[in-house]
Ligand binder design. Sequence first.
Ligand SMILES: [Zn+2]
Length: 203
Amino acid sequence: MRQTGRGQGIQVLNARGITTVGNLGSASDFTDIDNNWNNVNTNLDQFATDAYWGQEKTYDYYRNRFNRNSINNQGYLLRGYVHANLVSMYGIPNNVNAFWDTDKMLYGDGGTQNNVQVRPLTAVDIVGHEITHGLTQFTAALGNSGEAGVLNESFSDIFGTAIENYAKGYNFNWTVGENTGLIFRSLSNPNAYSHPDTYGGTF
Ligand SMILES: [Zn+2]
């Protein structure tokens, strides 16, 4: 699951069984004998295809809308890892999460949250959100804390949503993550998911 057709490339690798970030170099490739990626199995490898498609569409969005060649405008290789064990790698409570970490995307396999069984975090709005953190790192460098961190998150939500709508032909929705089975945020009604809709507003 690799290509060199966009910038310096797009890749999705399999992090199953890897427990530390430092060992991601041993992640394996996904392969498909006929290049028709209907790789549905009990390991949930079909979600790798979602991540890959999302990474392609994110590249295409920035290229076609802003003439930008990947996140650093120099073709930066977009590499993602699915089946990432975020609990052991980062010490967070569960795998209902996805990250941009320095130079790569990591997608957790989901789990139970708010009594909902959440699927792997590879929906295109989430993929676009994480890659946009990379773009912000290369441009505004807003960091993760305080008002800068909140702006960083906001830009990722805004562009993640724009990327989803670009990818799906502008059949608009304003929610984040709905295709995982759980809505994390709403851009049209932030209060509905315990986020403020104005500076200093409720939540
Ligand atoms: Zn984020």
